[in-house]
Design a binder for this molecule. Structure first.
Ligand SMILES: [Zn+2]
Ligand SMILES: [Zn+2]
Length: 213
């Protein structure tokens, strides 16, 4: 088994509402499982259930994260940490499936999420939640690091993973898709991520995977 493998989990499809820049289009919502010797590190948890505004606005077709892990031959009880790239509803929605598991977010993002309009509050703060906020960059497990990449939200973060197969970068939503990451106009966060020259690059809302040539 390759240490620190990164496995994409397709957790939802959404239809963007009228006021959204991508109105009418459907989009994928991906999370990632990092298979680490110390246990599984989840990066994001998809869309939650039971919120009328989300259901009516985005018409999500959801997949239970525990089922997705099991289907990927991973044991949900092995989840040791959750990293949220940011706290929009489509990234933290199933954190509640893992009470007591540390949730690593940027402190600025957690603060923003407690203001009205940022996200679904009960998907961030729920009984048994174990917030583990960080400030800026840091290694959170051997070979697994978070990088502060503000822009999409004030406290957005991306994740790098040293694997037996090179450096894997999980951009999150610092770029909307692979094309804009590779060729679009880049803000400071995207420039920084490009400079990592990662071997494999994943996105929250694009199934495409960029590979270093
Ligand atoms: Zn977002
Ligand atoms: Zn998103």
């Amino acid at each position: 088994m390759t240490p620190n493998d990164v496995i994409p989990l397709h957790l939802a499809d959404v239809t963007y509402p009228a006021q959204h820049p991508l109105a009418g289009q459907t989009g994928v919502v991906l999370a990632f499982a990092i298979r680490h010797p110390a246990g599984i590190v989840l990066v994001d948890t998809g869309v939650g259930a039971g919120n009328d505004w989300v259901d009516e606005s985005y018409r999500p077709v959801r997949r239970d994260i525990r089922d997705a892990l099991t289907a990927a031959d991973l044991e949900p009880e092995d989840v040791r940490a959750i990293v949220n790239t940011h706290l929009h509803f489509d990234h933290c929605g199933q954190n509640r499936a893992f009470p007591g598991v540390p949730v690593v977010t940027q402190r600025r993002e957690l603060d923003a999420a407690r203001e009205p309009g940022h996200t679904i509050g009960e998907w961030v703060d729920f009984p048994g939640v174990a917030h583990a906020p960080v400030d800026g960059d840091g290694e959170i497990a051997d070979g697994v690091s978070v990088l502060a990449t503000p822009g999409h939200t004030v406290g957005h973060q991306s994740v790098t993973v040293r694997t037996g197969d090179g450096l894997v970068l999980i951009v999150g939503q610092a770029a909307q898709d692979a094309r804009s990451f590779a060729t679009g106009e880049a803000d400071a966060s995207v420039r920084r991520l490009r400079e990592l020259n990662a071997d494999r690059i994943h996105f929250s809302h694009d199934r495409a995977v960029l590979r270093r040539r």
